[in-house]
Design a binder for this molecule. Structure first.
Ligand code: ADP
Length: 468
């Protein structure tokens, strides 16, 4: 089975780690306990060897073998665990053998087989585990072997008890820890469920809803805040798209209604040829306006979708400005506006899209003419400054109130809705202009005074400075 829940996986990992830890701890402490018990026993056994050695050094010269045996017997009765010891000389002759060892014929090594430091081993005598310590001692220049022993049953029983406790305690501990771990991870991850449920309930219609942010200063708080920020961005984008669609439909309705009304009038009544012609001219003008509007909408929609990317290549920006001025000449002439360009003949090369730049400057020149009274003046100045091509388009028109200046680049924004629609604008020109400028890594700004005129300044980085 594949675990799907983080809770279960966390608990399982936690249990595996805990079981490993417990296992290592159990084995380690069992060995440590065993080693420390052997140390204690070995120390006691060595003490007994030294006791026997001391006794032999004191008595051996003065006593006969029989007397020595008696003395040993007496000594063995006095000493703790004393009934388990045997001594032999260098020829393997017994000086003393306690009854148990003699009856079970426990062998002993000759002095030359044993070192001065005790040698320890475990043997089973008559079914009982016993630990032996054997050492060579020199008494009156003669080597002897002393072997003492201690039964291990108490010690093995204690070890056995300890092992049993470990076997019983470990699973219980694991069960308790597993339940506890599951409970803790459930508690810790509950906010994730809440976030999931809340996120699930948010749809395109309720994008203004926000997730509750737990004030826990942890990853979950960060997750909720990040999701909320994402919702903010989505909300803003969706609002912009809805607004754009609504505005676009609204803008498209006006010319279509006009075309329809004009056509209906023409169809209903009997009209002279001149009147029909006038109707057709009006219908044509509205159709052209609609086409321009649809072009602009399409361009902005493509820009939003990240398409319609421009072909940037070394371009003489003066050429684009010149073409835009030429395009504006007819419009300027209609209003007897003095359209003057101040361009140096030397090329100013930027990394740009010539056609898009022409469109940009035409939007600005068109606006300058549109929003200037008859016999006004529109001046275009191009220069190279601080690694940029700087293009100024100044008019002596109606100007833009300071409070409006921050909105003019917004889509569908017009200072005077009625008037500028009459002039053919849908409020998209400057949005397109700003998009083109952004695509070139440049900037656009306006200086304007109501009633006096406006100056738009575009800056586009020069080709070599841009490193391209
Ligand atoms: P429009 O198609 O209405 O001209 P734009 O996006 O080009 O749309 O401009 C937005 C608004 O900014 C215009 O409706 C107008 O109110 C104002 N505006 C733009 N250029 C000028 C200018 N040179 N002089 C005065 N007002 C301007």
């Amino acid at each position: 089975m594949r675990f799907r829940s983080i809770r279960v996986r966390l608990t399982a990992w936690y249990l595996v780690m805990l079981a490993l830890g417990l296992g290592l701890f159990g084995i380690g402490s069992w060995f440590a306990m065993r080693a420390s018990a052997f140390d204690t026993i070995d120390e006691e056994l060595e003490d007994r060897i030294r006791g026997v050695e001391k006794f032999m050094k004191l008595q051996i010269a003065a006593l006969s073998p029989v007397e020595i045996r008696d003395e040993f017997r007496e000594h063995s009765v006095l000493g703790p665990g004393g009934d388990l010891f045997q001594v032999c000389n260098e020829k393997g002759e017994w000086l003393y053998r306690s009854a148990v060892l003699e009856s079970s014929q426990v062998p002993i090594r000759l002095p030359n087989q044993v070192g001065d430091r005790p040698f320890y081993e475990n043997l089973t005598v008559q079914g009982t585990p016993i630990r032996f310590a054997t050492a060579r001692v020199i008494v009156n220049s003669h080597p002897y072997t002393i072997q003492v022993a201690a039964p291990l049953h108490e010690f093995t029983q204690a070890l056995e008890r300890f092992r049993l406790i470990l076997w019983l305690a470990a699973p219980m501990l694991l069960i308790v820890a597993g339940l506890g771990g599951y409970w803790i991870s459930r508690r810790a991850l509950r906010p994730v469920d809440q976030i999931t449920n809340a996120a699930e309930s948010i749809s395109i219609r309720s994008l203004s809803d926000r997730l509750e942010v737990p004030k826990t200063s942890d990853e979950l708080q960060r997750l909720s805040e990040t999701l909320n920020r994402m919702l903010n961005r989505l909300d803003t984008s969706v609002q912009r798209i809805s607004q754009f669609t609504a505005d676009a439909s609204h803008e498209l309705r006006a010319p279509v209604s006009l075309i329809r009304a004009t056509a209906e009038l023409a169809v209903q009544g009997v009209r002279s040829n001149a009147e029909y012609h006038e109707d057709m001219v009006q219908i044509l003008a509205e159709a052209e306006r609609t086409t321009r509007l649809i072009d602009s909408l399409l361009l902005l929609a493509r820009a939003d979708a990240g398409q319609g990317g421009l072909q940037l290549e070394p371009t003489n920006i003066s050429t684009s400005v010149r073409e835009a001025i030429e395009q504006g000449r007819v419009l300027a002439a209609e209003k007897a506006i003095d359209l003057a360009g101040d361009l140096s003949p030397a090329p100013i090369v930027v990394r740009g899209d010539g056609e898009a730049l022409r469109r940009l400057f035409f939007i600005l020149i068109d606006n300058a003419i549109k929003y200037s009274p008859e016999r006004g003046r529109v001046q275009i100045h191009v220069e190279e400054r601080n690694g940029h091509a700087a293009i100024k388009i100044a008019d002596t028109g109606i100007g833009i109130a300071e409070s409006d200046q921050s909105y003019i680049f917004d889509r569908f924004w017009r200072a005077d809705k009625v008037r500028s629609r009459g002039m053919g604008g849908a409020g998209l020109g400057l949005s397109i202009a700003r998009w083109i400028v952004d695509q070139h890594g440049g900037s656009i700004e306006v200086q304007s005074q109501s009633g006096k005129g406006s100056t738009f300044t575009v800056r586009i980085p020069l080709h070599n400075v841009a490193g391209g």
